[in-house]
Write a protein that binds this ligand. Structure first.
Ligand code: SF4
Ligand code: SF4
Length: 308
């Protein structure tokens, strides 16, 4: 495998020349080393085509390492007509996104070691959930990463980039179809996935970045934070119950119109969940406490400190 193509490992979080690179695992697992990816921009061109005529048809749906994003789970659960919790229970397994120290779900593959066919693969018929296939499957053979200034100050611009993954078994790279990264993204329908998942990816990347620099306050992510992150990421029904049946709406300032939307709109609820997590995990001003709650909390702190 050429060095450039080894670049896609999720181990590749590197600090060089004043820049920090983070590779979000948007590709299936490959035997990669920490080599910086060759960045592709929106208009850059590459040759690739995947169709039933290729000799490797469905090879990449065996033993694949596919992390399920929150929007993947929503789309698959809607497509299959089952609740997200059941989707995860039947078709996913829990895993760690190691660099961030946060729990995620991955798509089940058959076989004891998960080296055989994807649970959604049906022989020659191919992918049985094609219209709702996960973002990783859509992106392949492109990977997704981000780049930002090394000092990581708030407000620093983070730029997304893509890179090409060339696995030896994939014959699609020998096809002559020339296309831009942008055209490929449109054809594969990744835009809505990126739009809904953006806040979630930002959390993973920020946590990975913090940990690579010694972690937030040098501490590990707490179990409670992991549980909150997992609930928002994996089970939108559970998070809705949490919002409407706990003191959440008494504590946080949320527009009444938005509250109405949250009752039925899963995407809006996910956006709230990511904002809430960013506030709790990184103290970002993405969601506000009600003034009265804030005053009470300040009062309690003053009492605890014995202030007059
Ligand atoms: S979900 Fe579909 S495209 Fe993705 S690995 Fe499974 S069978 Fe292949
Ligand atoms: S060409 Fe590549 S993406 Fe298409 S089936 Fe073969 S291995 Fe999979």
């Amino acid at each position: 495998m050429p060095d450039d193509d080894r670049a896609a490992s999720d181990k590749a979080s590197r600090h060089e020349a004043g820049l920090e690179f983070n590779v979000f695992r948007g590709v299936r697992d490959i035997d990669g080393g920490p080599v910086l990816p060759v960045r592709l921009k929106h208009d850059d061109m590459f040759c690739f085509s995947c169709h039933r005529g290729v000799s490797c048809w469905n090879d990449c749906c065996h033993g694949a390492d596919v992390m399920l994003t929150p929007y993947d789970i929503l789309r698959l659960s809607r497509g299959l007509g089952i609740p997200p919790a059941e989707l995860v229970d039947r078709y996913a397994y829990p895993a760690d996104f190691e660099r961030a120290g946060l729990p995620v779900n991955k798509l089940k593959m058959d076989g004891d070691a998960g080296t055989r066919a994807c649970v959604f693969l049906d022989g020659e018929a191919g992918c049985t959930v094609y219209d709702d296939r996960p973002a990783t499957c859509r992106y392949y053979p492109l990977g997704l990463g981000s780049i930002k200034q090394k000092d990581g100050k708030e407000g620093d611009e983070t730029l997304d980039f893509h890179f090409l993954v060339k696995e030896a078994h994939c014959q699609g790279h020998k096809e002559e179809k020339l296309q831009s990264v942008g055209d490929f993204r449109t054809e594969q329908g990744v835009e809505p996935y990126d739009a809904v998942n953006r806040g979630w990816m930002e959390i993973l990347m920020k946590m990975a970045s913090w940990r690579s620099m010694g972690g937030p306050g040098g501490k590990e992510v707490s179990d409670q934070t992991k549980r909150m992150f997992y609930m928002v990421s994996s089970d939108i029904d559970e998070f809705r119950r949490f919002v409407f049946e706990s003191r959440f709406l008494e504590i946080y300032e949320i527009d009444p119109e938005i509250i109405e939307q949250l009752k039925t709109n899963d995407e809006a609820l996910l956006a709230l969940g990511f904002d809430w997590l960013k506030n709790v995990m990184f103290n970002e001003p993405t969601i506000s406490m009600k003034q009265q709650v804030l005053q009470e909390a300040i009062g309690r702190t003053r009492d605890d400190m014995g202030a007059a």
